[in-house]
Structures are given as C-alpha cells and as structure tokens.
Design a protein around this ligand. Structure first.
Ligand SMILES: C[S@@+](CC[C@H](N)C(=O)[O-])C[C@H]1O[C@@H](n2cnc3c(N)ncnc32)[C@H](O)[C@@H]1O
Length: 278
C-alpha cells in the first residue's frame, strides 16, 4: 500500500481501506471513525463507485465494518456516520459482531432538501458502539443557550436554572450545533467534508492524547487534521485523490520527511493552525 504522507502522529495511505485493514493488527486502534460514501451516486473521482445495488452496498459495508471491529482494541469506540436508512443495517452488523451499543446520535441537518411524499429529512445518524465496556468516556457540556440579541437565557429550565452545572448542559444524543461545511472559503475540497467540530467532539468523548484513531475513508482528511490538533495518533487511507488531505496536513509542524518511504512523502510547508484561517 502506497504511503502518501507521514507525520510524527500519523500515516496516510492511498488505496482501498480493505487492503490496508488486511495488513492491520487486531485490537490495535482506540477509535474508529468512519464516514463512508452514502451510495447516492456522488462523484468521488475516477474508478470509485458510489452507486452500488442496495445489497452490494450493504455487503460491502458489513465487510469493512467487520474488519474495523477486528482492529478496534477492547474498550475502544467505533463511530459510523451515515444516512439513517443505511445505519439501520450497519447497526445490526455491529450488534452481530458483539459490539456494545452506546448511542444513535441524531445530527441535525440545517437546510436539507425536502423529499416529495416524505417527511422532511432533518438528521444524519452517528452510530456509537464500543468493544466491550468503554475505556474512555468524557461527557462534554454545552454552554447554556442565550438569546443572541438580549443575552438572556432562551429556556427557563422548569424553574431549576440555579441547579444547572456552571460549565453548561450535559450533551444529549441530538446534536443541533454541527453545521455543514458549505462555505467555499472554509472547504478543503468539493464535497462531503465534515465539520471539525464533529470530530473534535467525537475524539473528546472517546479518546485521550496519544490514542490511535483510524478513519478508513479519508475524504478531505478532517479526522486526521483534528487528530493532529488534539495530539492523537492516527492512520488514514483514501482510495481517490489524496491531494486535499496532504495540502491540508502539510502545514503540521511535525510532518517529517521519510527517506525510505518514497518521493510521495511530503515535507512541511506551513503550520496546521494557520490552515483554517487561510
Ligand atoms: C464521505 S467521504 C469522507 C469525507 C471525510 N469524512 C471528510 O470530512 O472529508 C468518503 C471518502 O471515502 C473514499 N472511499 C470510497 N471507497 C473507499 C475505499 N474502499 N477505501 C478508501 N477510501 C474510500 C471516497 O473517495 C471519499 O473521499
């Protein structure tokens, strides 16, 4: 498998995640985050199909889910982001593999498109399973909602406002505060880029610095960029064009040249923390 980029914390490979998974040791990663193609016929570049027959897509999903569950360490967390329709079967595959169900997180989609003769779809599903009892679980708190104009609380908390924790409200399994990456200025590539806030939250909940994070579907490299910022180690793979990822990560100050890994391994150019602002 071709190594595209290496940093002190992570390695990005170009190729099929199933080939990389076949080389990975069992019980070797602490968090899996997977955001696969949704089989909606999107164009991910030459040779990548996003339009399989339904049973083929589900068989393929079960195959990579099985491999991800194998490489996950005991107590590790497996997050799978997909359409609710696919995550019904994906969740069943995860249960069949003996993983422990933690949550179906509904991620509110703002400004989705209405579908004729159906309810207005307004969430994506984020499955959260662990391999046995979770070894890390940190419950984030959200700031108490205040009115943008007057600065006063939006809810009255049934008269129990004074009993709320000063650090904020416990996070629920419905996330309203994850905005899609739509603005051209903030996008690292054309489509399907997740918000860094989503990955920050996932890694806060289920990992500590130094843990190993694996994302089998690189895309624009959001998982890897956030892992770098949060000092997690990572393994990444992308079957298509990796330039969006390398351009995004190339600024990490600890990206190193690996003399034995071939010409494709890149050297640092600018710091990661400047990338988002540029
Ligand atoms: C929905 S995107 C991931 C987006 C990513 N989470 C981000 O925030 O940028 C899915 C990616 O998986 C890649 N992909 C599809 N099949 C793959 C495979 N078998 N192995 C590795 N990558 C694959 C696609 O090329 C696409 O870039």
């Amino acid at each position: 498998m071709e190594l595209e980029l290496a940093t002190d914390l992570g390695k990005l490979y170009r190729g099929d995640c199933m080939d990389l998974l076949a080389e990975m040791e069992s019980d070797s990663v602490d968090v899996v985050f997977a955001d696969p193609p949704f089989n909606l016929g999107k164009d991910y570049g030459r040779g990548i199909t996003d339009e399989m027959k339904e049973h083929e897509y589900l068989d393929w999903s079960r195959a990579w889910i099985t491999e991800c569950a194998r490489v996950l360490a005991p107590g590790g967390a497996f997050f799978l982001y997909n359409l609710p329709k696919w995550n019904i079967s994906n969740g069943q595959s995860m249960l069949d593999l003996g993983l422990l169900f933690r949550h179906w997180v509904a991620i509110d989609i703002k400004f989705g498109l209405p579908i004729q003769k159906k309810l207005y779809p307004s969430h994506y599903s984020l499955l959260y399973f662990t391999k046995g009892k979770p070894k890390t679980f940190e419950r984030p708190r959200l700031p108490i909602d205040v009115c943008r104009h007057c600065g006063k609380d939006i809810k009255d908390y049934g008269g129990h406002r004074n009993k709320l924790h000063p650090d904020g409200i416990n996070l629920t399994d419905v996330w309203f505060d994850i905005s899609p990456v739509r603005h051209k200025r903030t996008k690292n590539r054309g489509a399907n880029e997740l918000s860094e806030k989503l990955l920050e939250r996932v890694l806060t909940i289920a990992s500590v610095p130094g843990d190993m994070v694996f994302d089998p579907f690189g895309g624009s490299g959001t998982t890897y960029a956030v892992a770098e910022k949060m000092h997690r180690r990572w393994i990444g793979v992308e079957i298509g064009d990796c330039s969006h990822i390398t351009n995004r990560l190339i600024g990490v100050e600890n990206v190193v040249d690996m003399p034995n890994a071939g010409d494709s391994v890149r050297k640092p150019r600018k710091r990661l923390d400047r990338i988002e602002a540029s």
